[in-house]
Design a protein around this ligand. Structure first.
Ligand SMILES: Cc1cc2nc3c(=O)[nH]c(=O)nc-3n(C[C@H](O)[C@H](O)[C@H](O)COP(=O)(O)O)c2cc1C
Length: 400
């Protein structure tokens, strides 16, 4: 019997694809309904996997408080590629966890560093909440080369300042409420003007540029490029399989890993259990497996528009700064009741993505020889509230 595939970038594919596989199965005469009853019919993630969102504020020791917030940072494929070395008092050395890179979809480690930048920014905001300014030194042992991010790279050293050295940051309270909403958004709703200004100002604070795309023609062009890019990522075996290996199907896997792509729907769990859903099946052009994946993409063609973040050049420090700016933009959105969802496929540097990479830069008026689109996110008002994504526990990233 044919096996079902699922879109790699997002858990939302699972219910849709599974439902279709189930219908085919029922059509074929098999009976799985009984299994559904016993599978525990809830999409909710296991409590242990999302606990870090609830416990961050309870940490009493300053550096732990900072890190408990930092680990809630947005990051590609929810790899959480960070190690925090606390062995020197008053300092945090943020080290890149070489076990948690994405060599296929992020061959140069650019996106991984954006996630690290977001981590740093949340640590800074949390320190300010307790009244401490911090000094961030990026790459204290030197920045890695442009095309490889070695395991164990010291990404930044964060030195904690004296009590009373910082004022609170108004974005603090949004840290535990910020979630990436990977679902359908309302179409055409205008975004608050103050948010658009905040996005641009935030980018400027880090030497970057930001802007939005809401005009129908430009929006349609970006949607076409991101759709094509998704199709390329899904039909390229290496990139699909990288994502497939990170799929965590069912509460046990989600609770065990607390990272990657969570799939919690009862239907997908059942189909996986009985061998009808195989994430390792790479979608092929001209086959229904790809059609199902692309059907799933359609909700991502909704919303008010896109926000982009561009650097002049593409240094390692700029990549960290892009992460710092991006998470602040997302926190501003959270405060304004606006949702965000990065669509990064067209920005990826693997060979097969060259066409969409050039197209997205051209659509945004960026010469890739001079500038780099670091983030592209759809924005708007999600049709339902997004829940928290899993996080590993604080202790698992500490070196003491
Ligand atoms: C550099 C970067 C790239 C990302 N690209 C995508 C993407 O292409 N598709 C997607 O669904 N989410 C993307 N995300 C969002 C992550 O999947 C998300 O941050 C992660 O799963 C954790 O969820 P949270 O943001 O709700 O805490 C990206 C995030 C970052 C920082």
């Amino acid at each position: 019997m044919k096996q079902a595939s699922v879109a790699a970038m997002n858990d939302c594919a699972a219910p849709l694809l599974a439902r279709r596989a189930f219908m085919r199965l029922v059509g074929g005469g098999a009976v799985l309904a009984v299994g559904l009853g016993t599978a525990g019919c809830t999409d909710a993630l296991p409590e242990v996997a999302v606990q870090p969102w609830r416990t961050a504020t309870a940490e009493t020791e300053l550096r732990r408080f900072m890190l408990a917030h930092a680990l809630l940072a947005p990051n590609p494929h929810n790899r959480q590629p960070w190690i925090a070395d606390l062995r020197e008092p008053g300092r945090i050395h943020l080290v890149c966890d070489g076990e948690r890179l994405l060599p296929e979809t992020d061959p140069f480690g650019r996106q991984i560093l954006i996630g690290c930048g977001a981590f740093i920014e949340l640590a800074v905001i949390a320190a300010a909440e307790r009244g401490h300014a911090v000094t961030v030194t990026p790459f204290p042992q030197g920045a890695p080369a442009a095309r490889s991010l070695p395991a164990g790279t010291v990404v930044a050293t964060i030195v904690v300042g004296a009590p009373g050295s910082a004022a609170r940051d108004r974005l603090y309270s949004a840290i535990v409420r910020r979630h990436t909403a990977k679902i359908a958004y309302a179409d055409g709703r205008a975004l608050p003007a103050a948010l658009l200004s905040a996005w641009v100002e935030t980018a400027g604070r880090y030497g970057l540029k930001a802007g939005t795309v809401t005009a129908p023609e430009q929006l349609a062009a970006l949607r076409r490029i991101t759709r094509e890019a998704h199709e390329i990522e899904c039909t390229t075996s290496a990139t699909w399989l990288e994502s497939a290996r990170l799929m965590r199907i069912g509460p046990d896997a989600i609770a065990r890993h607390r990272d990657g792509i969570s799939m919690s729907s009862p239907m997908i769990r059942l189909l996986h259990k009985v061998g009808l859903f195989d994430p390792m099946e790479v979608p092929r052009r001209g086959q229904s497996s790809l059609q199902r994946v692309m059907d799933h993409w359609m909700p991502f063609e909704t919303g008010s528009g896109f926000v982009w973040l561009v650097s002049t050049g593409n240094t390692r420090v700029q990549q960290l700064d892009a992460g710092r700016a991006y998470v602040r933009q997302h926190l501003f959105a959270t405060v304004s009741g606006v949702d965000m969802h990065p669509l990064s496929q067209a920005l990826q540097e693997f060979g097969a993505m060259r066409g969409p990479y050039a197209a997205v830069h051209s659509a945004l008026g960026v010469d890739p020889a001079r500038g780099t689109v670091q983030m592209l996110a759809r924005v708007g008002y999600a049709k339902e509230p997004a829940g928290p994504a899993p996080r590993r526990e604080l202790a698992s990233l500490l070196r003491t």
